[in-house]
Design a protein around this ligand. Structure first.
Ligand code: CAA
Length: 389
């Protein structure tokens, strides 16, 4: 088996070669030493972590989603998931720096021409540029086929008008992957197209920014496109093929959400376990009580199970297996539900201390909640899974 492509052999479900384990240890150290101490402040101030973005760029972490031809590491979905997991243990908002680098470039990586890939990917692989993925709208969330943003051809240009919603990286992104209706008559599976729209184009503006429960260090909101003109060569994939660009992208990127969820769950479990060894009640550490032991054992077990499903789904997507979309949805569904349940239990282990902001577990619970919602609610994941059965 090629050690740099652990997903290659169908006989081995997945393996973590030494190179990946070494990289995981390096990322773990960065996350614990540099990211964890910033997490509470990023959350409290709802502050985009420019400093950590610069650090990740310096460490070459933004190369993880990309192939070597475009300046990336070529290490595939499993290594990317491991990296997202390690960062999420410390700070889920900061993990989004890496997750959006994948989500917002997948449409180009999977559907772009060679010229488009060379134009946009290398600067994302260095971290100089960062993208956004603009699919949802105020009235089109779970049902993106109901979008109303439109793109009209005018000579050698497309003219885009509409407002998107819930868009990660709003105001930070250098370009947006925008999905728009190009033919209203033929239905969404053939009437939507995908475009690259740079943030400095006239007519683009930053609308409402949301004040959120969690992932507060990652700006989310409404980008507005008011007759924004882009050259015809900014169309991604075939005209009318945009819905499949979106769905094909989400098949991959939902693994990132699952990895974020596994990381949050492990971070909360580790914190609760360490706390239980220190916290004394009735003359002994609370970890000596079976009520607490059982909670910690369940948290650890559920998180481990979520990780196994995630890594298996990563291996499947890297091998291009036909059921990889179903596995991606299963990993996202299971891991996010685990993250929510585990973080609630972590608060319970800490008792009153879990409920206050001096300790990180309440933030972890607030951050966990979004993993059940974004990149397709868990109800939509069940729909995708059931349809594939
Ligand atoms: N890959 C490729 N093509 C796909 C596909 C996939 N995974 N899934 C569906 N398609 C194709 C179908 O084959 C079909 O093509 P034909 O008409 O040629 O046969 C076409 O797409 C339409 O498919 P459906 O009829 O199944 O579409 P639908 O309207 O019933 O919707 C859905 C299916 C799964 C519910 C989909 O709408 C969906 O995933 N909804 C959730 C959207 C979502 O995840 N939004 C998250 C936004 S991103 C975000 O949250 C990030 C952020 O920045 C915060």
């Amino acid at each position: 088996m090629d050690v740099m492509n652990p997903s290659q052999s169908a006989a081995d479900l997945y393996a973590i070669p030494q190179e990946f384990a070494d990289l995981r240890d390096t990322i773990r150290q960065i996350a614990q030493e540099k990211v964890a101490p910033r997490a509470a402040e990023i959350d409290e101030k709802a502050e985009y972590p420019h400093d950590l973005r610069a650090l990740f760029a310096k460490q070459g972490l933004f190369g993880l989603p990309f192939e070597p031809e475009y300046g990336g590491t070529g290490t595939g979905s499993l290594m990317l998931a491991i990296a997202i997991e390690e960062i999420s243990k410390a700070c889920a908002s900061t993990a989004l720096l890496l997750m959006i680098q994948e989500l917002g470039t997948l449409p180009i990586r999977l559907f772009g021409t060679e010229e488009q890939k060379q134009r946009w990917l290398p600067k994302c692989a260095t971290g100089e540029w960062t993208p956004a993925f603009a699919l949802s709208e105020p009235e089109a969330g779970s049902d993106p086929g109901g979008m109303i943003t439109r793109a009209t051809r005018d000579g050698d240009e497309w003219v885009i008008s509409g407002t998107k919603n819930w868009i990660t990286n709003l105001g930070i992104a250098d370009f947006y992957i925008v999905f728009a209706v190009t033919d209203r008559e033929v239905g969404h599976s053939k009437g939507i197209s995908a475009f690259v729209v740079e943030a400095d184009r006239p007519g683009f503006s930053v609308g409402k920014l949301e004040d959120k429960l969690g992932i507060r260090g990652s700006p989310t909101g409404q980008p507005i496109f008011d007759d924004v003109r882009i050259p015809a060569d900014h169309l991604l994939g075939a005209e009318g093929g945009g819905f499949k660009v979106a769905m094909g992208t989400l098949d991959y990127s939902r693994l990132g959400v699952a990895a974020q969820a596994v990381g949050i769950a492990q971070g909360a479990t580790d914190y609760a376990a360490a706390y239980a060894k220190e916290r004394q009640q009735f003359g002994k550490p609370i970890s000596a009580f079976q009520g607490i032991q059982f909670k910690l054992a369940d948290m650890e077990t559920q998180t481990a199970a979520a990780r196994e499903l995630l890594y298996k789904a990563c291996a499947k997507i890297d091998r291009g297996e036909p059921d990889s979309g179903k596995y991606s949805s299963m990993a996202k569904l299971f891991a996010s539900d685990v993250a929510m349940a585990v973080t609630v239990e972590a608060i319970q282990v800490l008792g009153g201390y879990g409920y206050v902001k001096d300790y990180p577990v309440e933030r972890m619970m607030r951050d966990a909640k979004i993993t059940q919602i974004y990149e397709g609610t868990n109800e939509i994941q069940r729909l995708v899974i059931a349809r594939a059965m």
